[in-house]
Design a protein around this ligand. Sequence first.
Ligand code: M6R
Length: 607
Amino acid sequence: MCGIVGIIGVEEAAPLLLEALRRLEYRGYDSAGIATLVEGRIERRRAAGKLDNLARELAAEPLRGTIGIGHTRWATHGRATRNNAHPHLSGGVAVVHNGIIENFQNLRAELEAAGRRFETDTDTEVVPHLVAQYLASGAEPVEAARRAVGRLEGAFALAMLVTGTQEFLLVARRGSPLAIGYGEGEMYVGSDALALAPLTTRIQYLEEGDFAILDREGARILDAEGRPVERPIIRTALSGAMIGKGNHRHFMEKEIFEQPSVLGDTLRAFADPGDHRISLPELPFALDAVPRLAAVACGTASYACLIAKYWFEGLAGLAVDWDIGSEFRYRAPVLQPGQAGIFVSQSGETADTLAALRYMKERGHPCLAIVNVPESSLAREADSILRTLAGPEIGVASTKAFTTQLATLACLAIGTARVRGRLTPEREAELTRALDEVPARVLQILQQQRLFREIAEELANARDVLYIGRGTSHAVAMEGALKLKEISYIHAEAYAAGELKHGPIALIDETVPVIVVAPRDALFEKTTGNLQEVAARGGRIILFSDAEGCGQLAPYCWRSVALPACDPFVSPILYTIPVQLLAYYTAVSKGTDVDQPRNLAKSVTVE
Ligand code: M6R
């Protein structure tokens, strides 16, 4: 969740820290702060709200110094006020923190009993107090910081500044990611490589339990046992330019419109156009022998897993247990010997998805991650990965990451079905051809943007919206409802269309739009029946189907959008585009903060 950054260099640090925080704002944006060391003293500026507020503070009262730390917050403990904003300061120690310190109450009680006065409601504030306490008892800064970190429970990444004539940054990683960047006579640390992209391409990822001391010449890293260790320095392909909005008003819009291209890139990794056969890299389990899969993820990525369940079971006859990351490890899942796990994530840092992966790995099950950030914790901890080639996704609402996850899972399902003898070469060729056509079909849908904008203007007046669909379209409906909720703040729910009559149908009246996701697949007639039940009760139906489906159901619908006809296998990818566009234009029409919706953060690194 929160983003942290640190710089020890030759130029004024505050402007560089602010720039790096802009690139981390996707992780949290309810308050921000920067502290620098100036002539042996720590100075700081903090502000509630977006980073622009901090920028104004800094413009009014600039911070000097060539060493500093910065933070952009997603509140976990304590409201999003200036006072609770990081860096937290005590006894000449400033700390920025990402994660949760689970034993902070006990530590705080102990420190208060020892006479230390707390100023905030955060869990983080115990850290500078602890370090300051050890310093006061005579420990050297590195020793004091290491002893303090040793007392902390939970998941965290920390960066600290200590008052004094010696200049260094102290950083620690347990459970939350941290990347060190190497410059020329400058060193950096950040929550991810993206934050450091304009500063350097030479990146070193800290591992679990690592503690590091950064000066201008380099980094000295100690592992969890305090032994000096080397971690590889890699070249990242990320560049400063990669995260611009181009001509788009929002990152989300840009990312929606990038889908034809990133879907093409992702699909080409598994299927040569013209070859009509899927080729998969070596996986940590044998696709023809694996008895069962667990597919685990959070939020939007979990809907990709749900769609994959239909694909694997329907196409390959391979059973899939679909789970939400935050539930999986707490429900004592019964895992079959040899069962493999598939973990899907854009960021690769989602705490619950990572914890689920660790749960399966600890029990000896092979684990595959489908992930967009190849340097992420999930990617590094999985036995192997399939990469989605979506490129950096900055908008909090996941769009291109989701459809590229679907493209990857579709290829995996086809490859699985083939090796399990469930797919004739002819059917495999049909399916891969349908996948090949996806980017062009997505482009066709995007070209109808005017129509979605018009519908969205009406939808923006709704208080509640229902989404219905059957089979994979139920998962698309779930994704549509989530997208609308998170960026437009309109209450939306998704139901399996056949389930409506078991309760939710009581909600239907002429004020509740019902969005029906109805590709012409094997369940189309059934969905049609459910649509008519809604129409009979005065529901305002917005239909997504192909031209024939829309023509057939026109009398019952308030609005309908005809999508390109397609093989039902690829319909979840294509039918996701309209639900994204509708949510996006509805949010624009309502004037909400599309890229940074309230209360949310892009990367959820806390449980
Ligand atoms: O980075 P991940 O894919 O693991 O993130 C999972 C969810 O937090 C994410 O999909 C979230 O639901 C998005 N805000 C949805 O748009």
